[in-house]
Design a protein around this ligand. Structure first.
Ligand code: ADP
Ligand code: MG
Length: 506
């Protein structure tokens, strides 16, 4: 291992009396990518903000090249060669790229103090040379606001390099960029390594970490769980350390007998979204849909649910071809779609849990001409119990619940429509571990009760842990299908990355 350039010793930090970092020791070597991983709220961002001088530590010491440092503000860290690309990028939008690169250290035509004139031409030329040196295709004259998130990141990396940063911190840099852009980012990281730059890479995405990291440190609830070379980790081990449980406990999967086809999708196509999709979902089965951002997974299930129309192909429910042109038709066919976008799924944050639960149900109730308030209340209560929704009562406002509990309300709401086919689009994104587990348990119960479940997830371990079978989409096409015994992260990623070939074929 090469030379250690950064070391934190016994860092402790509390916010309002709550310890969010407890005795964290961490080190970074030159040319190393050290991944910092952990669930939401584990303390990753707080640790790097302390290194950067954005927050002040309560206890502990920080050493840079073996010398103790005390940064009062990010400016101090920058001067010592540490840069951060934050989770929430907040660049100045109304200036061009070249100006942005030189904010605070403008290149001047004449050094006349307050009368100095910025040398725009030289800044642009320097910016152009910097980009060329890094093989980055960005026009220095573009306005910052016209760049994509990925391009802004590349500008930030270029800025860090032009500041001769020895350490670059990236806090969840890929949360808003596409798979192709991740590849570009990784190419830049590999170049940084060659220059001897140390990178602290924060993420909770397994496939990324195992692609790019040399070492991995796991944080959980503000505690240091372990550090080791990436090659000594497996996905299972990493997850176990992140969540503190065995994988079987993390994804409680029940043995369920799989029955007859319930949903058949045949040659389904929708222009520019997906093409010739075929699959079959059976009673009691959990079928996972894997794919990268932009693969067309959400578009596919939205089409099945009648939000959009297919150009070609057909959908069979219980062996009968059905025309689902509207979500109402889907609900009548006993199909439910639960999306990650809780606002969009029709959660009314300003009303009560009970009201929200009965919304989707109302149509059915109204068909019988009466709305029986008492039955409604009873149904709401039983779901609150079954789903362990943490609310003071069914009268509580949905807004007052945590994200995980809101998601459970969405589920409860749809379960009242008594669906046979349940489609879940990223059902656990952004929710806490405990609620995730409740949702996994519920999925098991539903499958056991004979429901057919179609689940989209970007967390491959989650898909592998819960599905009976996985289909993979890439660039709108079905590129692979795997039975449970064939599940491996690598296999799924290979199918998911097939889109370049497909694009070339077109
Ligand atoms: N400025 C702050 N004020 C109060 N609490 C904070 C602040 N920043 C972070 N926290 C809390 O510290 C814990 C760790 O957060 P964070 O470091 O952002 O975690 P991660 O980046 O691993 O998701 C969380 O419980 C979070 O709510
Ligand atoms: Mg964070």
């Amino acid at each position: 291992m090469s030379k250690t350039i950064l070391e934190t010793q016994h860092i402790t930090k509390s916010f309002f009396g709550v310890k969010v970092l407890d005795d964290i020791s961490f080190s970074l070597a030159s040319g190393e990518v050290h991944a910092l991983i952990g669930e939401n709220g584990a303390g990753k961002s707080t640790l790097v903000k302390i290194i950067m001088g954005i927050y002040q530590r309560d206890e502990g010491r920080i050493f840079l090249d073996s010398e103790e440092v005390f940064f009062q503000a990010p400016r101090d860290a920058l001067q010592h060669g540490i840069s951060i690309i934050q989770q929430e990028l907040a660049p100045i939008m109304d200036i061009d790229v070249a100006e942005y690169l030189y904010v605070g250290r403008e290149l001047h035509k004449l050094e006349l103090g307050p009368l100095s004139v910025v040398d725009q031409r030289r800044q642009r030329a320097e910016a152009k040379a910097l980009f060329e040196g890094l093989d980055i295709d960005i026009n220095p004259r573009s306005l910052m606001r016209d760049l994509s998130v990925a391009q802004m990141q590349l500008v930030e990396i270029t800025k860090a390099i032009s500041l001769s940063s020895k350490i670059i911190i990236m806090d969840e840099p890929t949360s808003a960029i596409t798979y192709k852009e991740v590849e570009t980012l990784f190419e830049q990281i590999r170049k940084l390594k060659k220059r001897g730059v140390g990178v602290i890479y924060i993420s909770h995405k397994m496939e990324e970490i195992f692609t790019i990291a040399d070492r991995i440190t796991v944080l959980r609830d503000g505690k240091h769980i372990g550090t080791d070379l990436a090659e000594n980790f497996t996905v299972d081990k990493a997850i176990k350390m992140m969540v503190g449980r065995e994988i079987k406990e993390v994804y409680p999967k029940q043995k369920v007998a799989i029955g007859e086809p319930v949903l058949e999708v045949q040659h389904l196509s929708s222009k520019h979204q997906f093409h010739d999709i075929n699959f079959c979902l059976r009673k009691g089965e959990i079928l996972g849909i894997a794919g990268l951002v932009g693969a067309g997974r959400s578009e596919l299930v939205e089409c099945i649910f009648g939000i959009t129309k297919a150009d070609e192909g057909r959908v069979l429910v219980h062996g009968q071809a059905v025309q689902i042109n509207h979500p109402k038709t889907a609900i009548r066919q006993r199909v439910a779609l639960i999306t990650e976008d809780r606002g969009h799924t029709g959660l009314n944050l300003k009303t009560s849990v009970e009201h929200n639960i009965s919304l989707a149900h109302l149509e059915r109730l109204a068909r019988f001409g009466v709305i029986d308030r008492r039955t409604e209340a009873k149904a709401a209560d039983s779901h609150i119990n079954q789903l362990k929704i943490k609310a003071l009562s069914r009268k509580s406002l949905v807004r007052s619940l945590s994200g995980g509990n809101q998601q459970k309300v969405v589920l409860a709401k749809w379960l009242l429509t008594e669906p046979d086919i349940i489609i879940l689009d990223e059902p656990t994104r952004g929710i806490d571990v405990g609620s995730k587990r409740d949702i996994y348990l519920l999925m098991g119960e539903l499958a056991k009760a004979g429901k057919a479940i179609l689940m989209i997830s970007s967390e491959i371990p989650e898909l592998m842990g819960l599905s009976d079978r996985i289909i993979v989409l890439a660039a709108g096409r079905l590129t692979g299908e795997l039975p449970q015994e064939k599940f491996t992260q690598e296999e799924i990623m290979t199918y998911a990355s097939k889109f370049e070939v497909l694009h070339d074929e077109k």
